[in-house]
Write a protein that binds this ligand. Structure first.
Ligand code: IPM
Ligand code: MG
Length: 368
């Protein structure tokens, strides 16, 4: 088989510095495991706007469509806050998601034992937590029409539209059920069927996909607000949560915080299989561009490194190598290596972004 291709889009803020650490890990796999990747790098977000006047050029979009997987750092920053909506850094990311049709966004929330005390919740509520939020990513209120700010009489009205077709719900439901079968076989679907028609349809379609194709998986339904409450009360009751674009955005941030640090969480956004059988895929950390600490070597590269682990698992069929990388991260944390976002214990000095990357590569070496 030909060498797998990766498009790396470091983006803005801490994106480039955390991605530099991922490059070390990618190089390690090439040198030590015979897993070479054909890597190209390009711009997305504010840096693309600075150079080209748009947050994502057509050329970069075309490259993203061709490669086996895209790895993205983060986009945005205060410098771009006053740009026109159509060229804001986030539009670059949303264009990638939409045009690659990455409808299933996998956001694991896993609590590393060494970090259970960093959570704002009690240790026994979060220790051992391992849940997966599957967020629909290409439809719903993020993309529905009509949308805009319109004049209505003597005032303006802001409009966004929540819209889901049956097939959009079906395909993301299937992704959730498939994942559940490889985990603890439980799916909880979240919507607001009590107030939204799109929620009524969502619940109906998820139930139908379940009954017809996945009767072996345990399915429950919850209103999304109650789901938010249950996530904070006793998150270990969940295995896979499937929900729409906006609720998934909120619930995944909440779930992320349960684990102690947003700097730890990866994500995968998957679409339909390509000709070579691999899904269209983009991998990115859940955290943002953190402009306040950018360029200072303080950022935690773990979320981005774990995003590459997800790429190994979901794009490249290298589950065992993904396990190896996740174990290396776990080992480094258990050894007490901490970036500045993970401080709290007495007498621990933080390591820099690149020292954390080096420690993970050393743990990979030690795993051989
Ligand atoms: C996320 C982010 C994005 C979203 C932004 C940056 C557009 O919050 O990936 O969760 O709202 O989807
Ligand atoms: Mg978000």
């Amino acid at each position: 088989m030909s060498t797998p291709t990766l498009l790396i889009l470091p983006g803005d803020g801490i994106g480039p510095e955390v991605m530099a650490e991922v490059r070390k890990v990618i190089d390690w796999y090439g040198a030590r495991r015979g897993l070479a990747f054909d890597v190209t790098e390009d711009l997305v977000g504010g840096c693309a706007y600075d150079k080209h006047g748009v947050p994502l050029t057509d050329e970069t979009m075309a490259k993203a469509q061709e490669v086996d997987a895209v790895l993205l750092g983060a986009v945005g920053g205060p410098k771009y806050d006053n740009l026109d909506f159509s060229v804001k850094p986030e539009r670059g990311l949303l264009r990638l998601r939409k045009e690659m049709d990455l409808f299933a966004n996998l956001r694991p929330a896993q609590c590393f034992d060494a970090l259970a005390d960093f959570s704002s919740l009690k240790r026994d509520v979060v220790a051992g937590l391992d849940i997966m939020i599957v967020r629909e990513l290409t439809s719903g209120i993020y993309f529905g029409e009509p949308r805009g700010i319109f004049q209505e009489g003597n005032e303006r009205v802001g409009i966004n539209t929540q819209r889901y077709t049956e097939s959009e719900i079906e395909r993301v439901a299937r992704s959730a059920f498939e994942l559940a079968r490889k985990r603890n076989n439980k799916v909880c679907s979240m919507e607001k069927a009590n107030v939204m028609e799109s929620g009524i349809l969502w619940r109906e379609v998820v139930q139908k996909v379940h009954d017809e194709e996945y009767p072996d998986v345990e399915l429950s339904h919850m209103y999304a607000d109650a789901g938010a409450m249950q996530l904070c009360r006793w998150p270990k009751q969940f295995d896979v949560i499937v929900t729409d674009n906006l609720f998934g955005d909120l619930l995944s941030d909440a779930a992320a915080m349960l684990t102690g640090s947003l700097g730890m969480l990866p994500s995968a956004s998957l679409g339909a299989p390509m000709e070579n059988g691999r899904p269209k895929a983009l991998y990115e950390p859940v955290h943002g561009s953190a402009p306040d600490i950018a360029g200072q070597g303080k950022a935690n590269p773990i979320a981005c490194i774990l995003s590459f682990a997800m790429a190994l698992r979901y794009s490249f069929d290298q589950g065992a190598e993904a396990d190896r990388l996740e174990a290396a991260v776990e080992k480094v944390l258990a050894d007490g290596v901490r970036t500045a976002d993970l401080l709290g214990e007495e007498g621990v000095t933080p390591v820099s972004t690149s020292e954390m990357g080096d420690a993970i590569v050393a743990a990979l070496d030690a795993s051989l």
